[in-house]
Design a protein around this ligand. Sequence first.
Ligand code: GRF
Length: 205
Amino acid sequence: MSNENINSECNLAIFASGTGSNFINIYNNTTSGEILGKVKLLISNNPRCKAVEFAKENNISYEIINKSRFPDSGHVEKTILQVLDNNNIDLIILAGYMKKIPKGVIEKYNNRIMNIHPALLPKFGGKGFYGMNVHEAVINSNEKKTGITIHFVDSEYDTGNVIYQEEIEVMEEDSALTLAKRVLELEHKSYPKIVKEFCNKHNRS
Ligand code: GRF
């Protein structure tokens, strides 16, 4: 079914820099009608990532915003704000976005920017805790559990208000790789649920 046929009022912008499995999963949940929202655009700093490839293949608008195109950081902020505004964005969803969100964007979209982190914050969060680094740190610290955190974004890395957390057990035989796989499965189950709740609230208001 085309995304246009659904009574979707919540306009979503997804920011992604890499594989984009969360982006694709959320997008599929909007086109199936599970999330009453529309992915209006993808913003990426990385023109060669899989997320951008998916956007191109599926005719999703995308914008590459990075230092090579916009050497001045003020210009980056201005461009992001403009693109979000042009698309009447209600919610920004970070899905493996590797850049800091400019201050002006955080201020304007207060409590309307979500991120998903592959651990139980505040543990294993902050600068440097991304990708496999997170899971390796969890294994090296002999943690008995890990999980996911979905939170609103503030001006620091991984410190915004927590919206949702879910735990899984770290098994004796787990490696960072096996853990990463199970945590990502949990992300794919949970992120759409939280986005769906946000959209439902938004659509009722
Ligand atoms: C996920 O593990 C997420 O928790 C983190 O970045 C990763 C993105 O994965 N913020 P993908 O690009 O959505 O596959």
